[in-house]
Design a protein around this ligand. Structure first.
Ligand SMILES: Cc1cc2nc3c(=O)[nH]c(=O)nc-3n(C[C@H](O)[C@H](O)[C@H](O)COP(=O)(O)OP(=O)(O)OC[C@H]3O[C@@H](n4cnc5c(N)ncnc54)[C@H](O)[C@@H]3O)c2cc1C
Length: 495
């Protein structure tokens, strides 16, 4: 049931997701002239900024009115721009690890970016020991595991709450070249302390009888790899964060894009984020976690500064095909063809083992990924292409994903995709691609209270909790658990 709130001038509905939206059934005679749009769910309201001198770390909110229009301003310790998995987990880290207040802003709503499309693999199988990403991915995975355990200890089922499944992962190869690579990978992962096993064709088929890989085929099996369901995990994190709204420590501003920064005239420090509807003052830090939009947004935010920054994040479009209530065969583990490892890293040289390069300009590549999600749906992936910010579903790509999956699962060749229209769902998202394969996490040189956390490409779900912890420690000046230097802004986005 929707809850209705009236602000005096406008009426708002607290919808099933607990977002405040204008009430379409409420007719307000003043609406045409009133630009007052701010309704908040927090307890501490002051009429002007004079009250901001108090020592409390809670959010303080000021509303100023003029005869024809009103603007609203609020003050928080931290303002996070972008409510994808990265922004939301950063907010969570501040909620749980400190008594600081956080505002989170999104141009749309959570899951509208890459996060809502993600397959959910929390995997180490395709990460390389001693690479820059390794420590961050390891730390992040163990934080997800701890979260799953803590949910269980509270009497809930992590499968229901996060879509959490310890499926184990299978990296699948079909040629002697790929198998040699998989054997090396198993050795490498084992030396790094992970449980990893090489499976011959026979052993692989006993785990996944629906596969067809030929006598030559085999796999690297990492039994401790897991998966989440991004929508469930986001819903849980949002709920956790919202537990702090009643004491004024947490606020969400959705459908309200950040448009500029307000900087102190003397210090030059960032003082506030101007959104389309609100001015959000920040006492400690602003964190830009706007995924694929981070590059263009930073350009816009710094346009009037003398800081020269080029954040080379690019949207890398991905399609996933979900077949609901699939029961033709079972997929027991998370799977990925080994060609994926190559095309994830080297955009310009996709592995010849993944599907052909069909469009040189967009660098389209398709590799088979397959898993069963928390609802029992078959999730098949995935494509990668550079197509700007276009998020339209391309049927030709879905057909190629289906055909590629059919090369591994012969039972799919018996089914016509066109006959599955009732059970077929497509997810499209823009992975925030960084040319050097590493996310950017850290302060902007020259503006130490402005931080970036973006560019996780195809690994943002798995690296979210580790990223959030790193941002939290950097803002508070703590020693970080993972060395932040490889992710620094300096040297990658500016000199
Ligand atoms: C098909 C596919 C499969 C994937 N599979 C996996 C997987 O198995 N495992 C894994 O770890 N990762 C996976 N990923 C990658 C993962 O989804 C991303 O790395 C991750 O979601 C990025 O999160 P983010 O918060 O940085 O970006 P996003 O989720 O894109 O969030 C950015 C947010 O910023 C907001 N925004 C933009 N501009 C503004 C503005 N001006 N003001 C305010 N807000 C703004 C957007 O509305 C958006 O909500 C996959 C991605 C795709 C597309």
């Amino acid at each position: 049931m929707n809850e209705i709130r009236n602000s005096g001038r406008d009426s708002y509905i607290l919808d099933h997701n607990d977002y405040l939206r204008p009430n379409p059934n409420f007719s307000n005679p003043n609406r045409a002239s009133a630009s007052f749009r701010f309704v908040h769910k927090f307890s501490q309201i002051s009429r002007n900024r004079a009250g901001f001198g108090s020592k409390t770390d809670r959010a303080r909110i000021a509303i100023s009115a003029s005869s024809s229009s009103c603007s609203s301003a609020s003050e928080f310790d931290v303002v996070v721009v972008g409510a994808g998995i990265i922004g939301l987990t950063i907010a969570r880290q501040f909620m749980l690890g400190s008594d600081l207040s956080v505002a989170i802003v999104d141009a749309a709503v959570p899951c509208s970016g890459a996060t809502g499309a993600g397959q959910g693999y929390i995997w180490m199988a395709h990460k390389t020991p001693k690479s820059a990403l390794w420590e961050l991915a390891m730390r992040s995975k163990s934080l997800w595991e701890m979260l799953a355990v803590s949910i269980q200890q509270k009497g809930m089922d992590p499968l229901d709450v996060l879509g959490w499944k310890k499926t184990g992962s299978l990296l699948i190869g079909r040629t002697s070249e790929e198998l040699a690579m998989l054997e090396d990978r198993v050795e490498l992962l084992s030396k790094a302390g992970l449980k990893a096993e090489y499976l011959s064709s026979h052993a692989l088929l006993s785990k996944e009888p629906a596969l067809e890989i030929g006598k030559e085929g085999g796999a690297a099996f990492i039994p401790d790899d897991c998966q989440i369901d991004a929508s469930r995990a986001v819903a849980f994190i949002e709920k956790e964060n919202r537990d702090f709204t009643s004491n004024g420590r947490y606020a969400e501003f959705f459908h309200d894009p950040a448009i500029s920064l307000i900087r102190g005239s003397r210090s030059g420090e960032v003082e506030a984020v101007q959104t389309s509807k609100n001015t959000l003052y920040c006492k400690k830090a602003v964190v830009v976690a706007a995924g694929s939009w981070s590059g263009s947004l930073m350009q816009k935010l710094l346009i009037e500064s003398n800081i020269s920054l080029n954040v080379p994040v690019k949207p890398r479009k991905g399609h996933l095909l979900v077949v609901e209530n699939f029961n033709s065969f079972r997929v027991n583990h998370g799977m990925m063809e080994v060609g994926y490892v190559g095309h994830q890293i080297a955009a310009s040289h996709p592995s010849s083992s993944s599907s052909d390069l069909v469009d040189n300009e967009q660098n389209l590549s398709i590799s088979m990924t397959a898993t069963t999600d928390a609802m029992g749906n078959l999730v098949l992936g995935s494509s990668r292409q550079f197509a700007g910010f276009n998020t339209e579903v391309e049927d030709s790509i879905i057909n190629r994903i289906w055909t590629r999956a059919g090369e591994f699962f012969p039972a799919l060749r018996e089914l016509e995709l066109s006959n599955l229209s009732d059970s077929k769902k497509v997810r499209v998202g823009l992975r925030p691609y960084m040319p050097d394969g590493k996310p950017i996490i850290g302060p902007v040189p020259g503006l130490p209270n402005l931080l970036l956390a973006a560019g996780h490409e195809g690994g943002g779900l798995s690296m979210a909790l580790g990223t959030a912890e790193m941002v939290f420690d950097l803002v508070l000046g703590n020693i970080t658990k993972v060395e932040p230097a490889p992710f620094a802004v300096k040297g990658r986005c500016c000199n």
